[in-house]
Design a protein around this ligand. Structure first.
Ligand code: FAD
Length: 389
């Protein structure tokens, strides 16, 4: 099996990359170890949801992916309210004031995954989907890369795209160094129905026990991400359903009234991963394989989709350069992406550290910072512009 580009990992980022390469004139392979699950035919809500920026939504629309999702299950976010840990400081972002139709959309992971994979099934002229399949070995040569699959099949490719998540096997095989620190926090996620309407507002509380976000879902429903210490996360998961609802309602200052659990809680360990090199001869890293950030800004998928947008743009505009694995071509991608990635890594890591600190002076300063920023429309608008992309 010979390809121009082989993508390892068919999560949202890798699968979107495969879709975006459809008009590149290149022969593409997508290797994914897990077969995608079909959408359940019931009224349940996925435990994993994403805040998708308008820029990412536009990109997915251009690929014909966005339109494949069930419109009534997408929730536009018109306002965002962020609270400090002193019960008074607060910053508010509004789509109206920013001059956009919406600040983000809240989308279920399985809706988006299904839409991307359905799209891929119709692209058989440029794409071979190799799934389920796992890579066993990889051999980097000057002229090509040879990949051996666990089932004995071999692949020859001019370029490998590592899109296999935060613990990327591809990245390890290439010997690329990472700076990594576990946040020693768990992102506890669960869905609730609410007594009061969320009015399409995404709420977030920077609390002493972590960062709590309640993201609007259709109707009177919200999705929770509570990034908190491993100990507190274990305690939350052991609470009875009634007590958990009470605890979340209290932590969110009863903003949405009484809560009822509709999807039981699950937890995801949170890590910071900075990858020193995004490219190497015949290798490109994208998505979480290229950067692991704290979910407090809800930007991981968006950052990964921006990798895809830039990489496909460079590939489309490569002119006479026919070798897609050429290091100089790949360096253009790395140079173009480094600033955006570093900025988001610093902001999310900085905010996590700032609010995960019990020092009372720092507490006063950070709350004051929120309050002051709320009165600085220019800075607010700049912050928003980045999140909208
Ligand atoms: C609690 C929480 C909340 C979040 N909320 C948001 C949000 O609101 N907005 C947002 O933008 N982001 C959010 N994120 C971040 C987001 O989940 C990730 O950034 C995103 O899922 C990364 O996608 P990916 O495709 O790069 O990696 P993954 O989703 O990890 O996909 C990697 C794929 O590679 C496959 N794979 C792995 N190894 C191999 C191999 N050797 N061979 C073949 N296949 C392989 C896996 O099966 C998987 O399908 C959140 C994260 C957490 C933990």
């Amino acid at each position: 099996m010979k390809f121009d580009i082989t993508i390892i990992g068919g999560g949202l980022v890798g699968a979107s990359m495969a879709a975006a390469l459809k008009n590149s004139g290149l022969k593409v392979a997508l290797i994914e170890s897990r077969e995608p699950s079909p959408l359940p035919q019931d009224e349940s809500w996925d435990i994993r949801v994403y805040a998708i920026s308008p820029g990412s939504a536009d990109f997915l629309r251009d690929q014909g992916i966005w339109q494949r999702m069930e419109a009534p299950r997408l929730t536009p976010v018109y306002d965002m309210s962020v609270f400090g840990d002193d019960n008074s400081s607060h910053i508010h972002f509004s789509a109206y004031e920013t001059g956009v139709a919406e600040l983000a959309y809240i989308v279920e992971n399985r809706q988006l995954q299904t839409a991307v994979w359905e799209m891929l099934q119709s692209q058989t002229d440029h794409l071979d989907i190799i799934c389920p399949a796992k890579c066993a070995a990889i051999d980097w040569q000057d002229t090509h890369v040879a990949i051996q699959l666990e089932d004995g099949r071999t692949i020859e490719t001019a370029l490998v795209v590592g899109a296999d998540g935060v613990n990327s096997w591809t990245r390890q095989q290439a010997g690329i160094e990472v700076s990594r620190h576990p946040y020693q926090q768990i992102g506890v996620v669960a869905n609730y129905s609410t007594e009061l309407s969320h009015r399409n507002v995404a709420h977030q509380w920077f609390r002493r026990d972590g960062v709590l976000a309640l993201l609007p879902l259709p109707g009177h429903r919200v999705s929770m991400v509570w990034s908190t210490s491993e100990t507190y996360a274990a305690q939350l998961k052991e609470l009875s359903v009634e007590k958990l609802c009470q605890r979340v309602a209290e932590a969110s200052s009863h903003t949405l009234g009484k809560l009822e659990l509709i999807t039981p809680p699950a937890g995801f360990p949170l890590n910071f991963v900075h990858v020193n090199n995004l490219v190497q001869q015949r290798l490109v890293l994208v998505g979480d394989a290229a950067h692991g950030i704290h979910p407090l800004a809800g930007q991981g998928v968006n950052l990964g989709l921006r990798d895809v947008r830039k990489f496909t743009e460079i590939i489309q505009q490569r002119g006479l350069q026919s070798d897609v694995g050429d290091f100089m071509l790949l360096r253009r991608y790395e140079c173009a992406r480094k600033e955006d990635i570093l900025a988001l890594e610093m902001v999310t890591d900085g905010l996590q550290k700032l609010f995960n600190n019990a020092n009372p002076t720092l507490a006063r300063l950070r709350n004051l910072g929120l309050e002051i920023t709320d009165h600085l429309p220019l800075i607010k608008s700049q912050l928003m512009q980045h999140a909208l992309g």
